[in-house]
Design a protein around this ligand. Structure first.
Ligand code: 4AD
Ligand code: MG
Length: 466
């Protein structure tokens, strides 16, 4: 490893037990204060929410150099790590040498000390990782991504890379973004006047995937347990604090799992991730708890420690109908639940996460296993406080007749789905899976209120800046 790779970062130095050692710190200036004799620089390198204090004996430094040490500038500091005299930090660096890698003009650098609104920070998404809030969110996002891989690896799942460009719109999960190299100003046409996709790059109409599930099933029917973890795309025009046009989805798919097993997995998985965050992201969670959501840590602990309620959709509708609540959207058997309904069940009625199962087939995807009643399917949605739906999944239909029947009803051409149907033709088995949106999980873990604030560069209707 190179010398730079081995250099302790600010997170390491703040925890370091040694004193009076020579150190090099590199990072961005959060604040500079002091008087004509001594300057205090709060330096942050993103490895922790905490800054290290650099103490500068002004007399020993060039005045012009210190002028270039402004909020947002980037420095290399050589000095001695000493016990801090001040409160609030265990150690500080007595500077011996300072190099300004890059200054930041105080007139134009947008992140001055004062607090900024989250809306303003979205407009400078390229700089917001330098704020405490986004540093915390991005570190937690990393920790959760790592924990997701760790959980599945430790439980015998294989990571399967499903394609992002797809030739079939089977999921029906939402409107799709088309992928084409055709000249939109001069489209080739067939004799009937339709777009001639045979001349397109793939020789057919293609889209960005809304879900890796169907290809995921092909993996599970060979490797037993797989998961996907990648970007998915939905062109729904829903401008809500919970929807993105590009989001990251995790989709485990398991051969031999029935709905019960699927629910057990979803509950264990979510609790593991919450505990992982509590154990590994304490500083960042405490900051978010203090700044945005005073019940955050308490809520995380509560969900990690208590069983989820498991409830039939039909009972859920019953509870909602009898609640006496005035909802914006109607409640009735056969209607899909809106976020306000989901949150009523979770936050007001049960005061616990709820796994709602056995939904009417009409409001769920074609591949979900039909129940004996012929009206409901073995679907499951995991509903969380503050979020509503965090996971959606099901046991899959294995009966060829029932499956093709559902496809015909919905208008999915069987010939396009020949490969998916082959799974039922050759060595079919009961299997189940679910999908979790990474950003929905992060909304829950961080307590942030808007999904645009838990992904580095949000993609939403009319917004693809950066
Ligand atoms: O419920 P959905 O649409 O399910 C599927 O896509 C299945 N193929 C999953 C499976 O069984 N393998 O989406 C799954 C999850 C939702 O519960 C939600 O967490 C997230 O994906 N999600 C979104 N997150 C952000 N923005 C959007 N527009 C989302 N749509 C779904
Ligand atoms: Mg869903």
């Amino acid at each position: 490893m190179s010398k730079e790779a081995n250099r302790p970062k600010i997170a390491d130095l703040l925890q370091c037990g040694e004193r009076d050692i020579e150190v090099t710190v590199k990072g961005w200036v959060r604040t500079k204060r002091g008087n004509k004799n001594v300057a205090f620089i709060a330096l942050n390198d993103g490895t922790t929410i905490n800054n290290i204090q650099v103490v500068v004996d002004v007399a020993g430094f060039d005045e012009e150099l210190l002028k270039r040490v402004t909020t947002g500038s980037c420095l290399r500091v050589e000095g001695t790590l000493v016990e801090s005299m001040g409160s609030g930090q265990p150690v500080e660096v007595q500077a011996r040498e300072i190099e300004v890698y890059g200054s930041a003009d105080p007139e134009t650098y947008p992140l001055q000390k004062k607090g900024h609104t989250l809306e303003f920070l979205r407009e400078i998404a390229h700089l917001r990782p330098r704020t405490n809030t986004f540093g915390a969110v991005l570190r937690i996002r990393h920790a959760m991504s790592y924990a997701i891989h760790k959980y599945f690896n430790d439980h015998g799942f294989f990571y399967l890379h499903t394609p992002l460009i797809t030739g079939s719109d089977a999921e029906g999960a939402g409107a799709m973004f088309e992928v084409t190299t055709l000249d939109l100003n001069n489209l080739p046409r067939t004799d009937e006047g339709k777009v001639d996709y045979s001349q397109d790059f793939f020789g057919k109409q293609c889209n960005l995937t809304v879900s890796g599930q169907l290809e995921g099933e092909t993996g599970a029917m060979a490797l037993s347990k797989i998961y996907t973890f990648g970007p998915t795309f939905r062109a729904e025009n829903s401008n809500t604090p919970r929807h993105l046009a590009e989001f990251w989805m995790i989709e485990p798919e398991m051969a031999f799992y029935e709905l019960e097993d699927n629910m057990d997995l979803a509950e264990d998985f979510l609790k593991y991730l919450i505990r992982y965050a509590l154990d590994n992201c304490a500083d960042d969670l405490e900051f978010l708890n203090k700044m945005y959501d005073p019940e955050l840590i308490e809520r995380l602990r509560f969900v990690a420690e208590n069983g989820f309620v498991r409830l039939d959709y039909t009972e859920g509708i019953d509870i909602l109908s009898k609640s006496g609540m005035k909802f914006e959207f109607p409640v009735g058997w056969g209607l899909d639940l809106q976020s306000e309904h989901e949150r009523y069940l979770v936050e007001q009625h049960f005061k616990k996460p709820v796994i709602l199962i056995n939904y009417p087939k009409e409001i769920k995807a074609f591949y979900m296993k039909m129940n004996a009643d012929g009206r409901t399917v073995r679907a499951m949605d995991v509903l969380f406080p503050k979020i509503g739906e965090i996971i959606g999944g099901s046991e899959r239909e294995t009966d060829m007749g029932v499956l093709t029947g559902r496809m015909a009803e919905i208008g999915i051409p069987a010939e396009e789905m020949w490969w998916y149907l082959d799974l039922r033709r050759f060595g079919s088995a009961p299997h189940s899976g679910f999908g979790m949106g990474l950003e929905r999980l992060l909304l829950f873990i961080t307590g942030m209120a808007n999904i645009r604030d838990v992904i580095p560069y949000p993609r939403t209707p009319k917004n693809a800046e950066f």
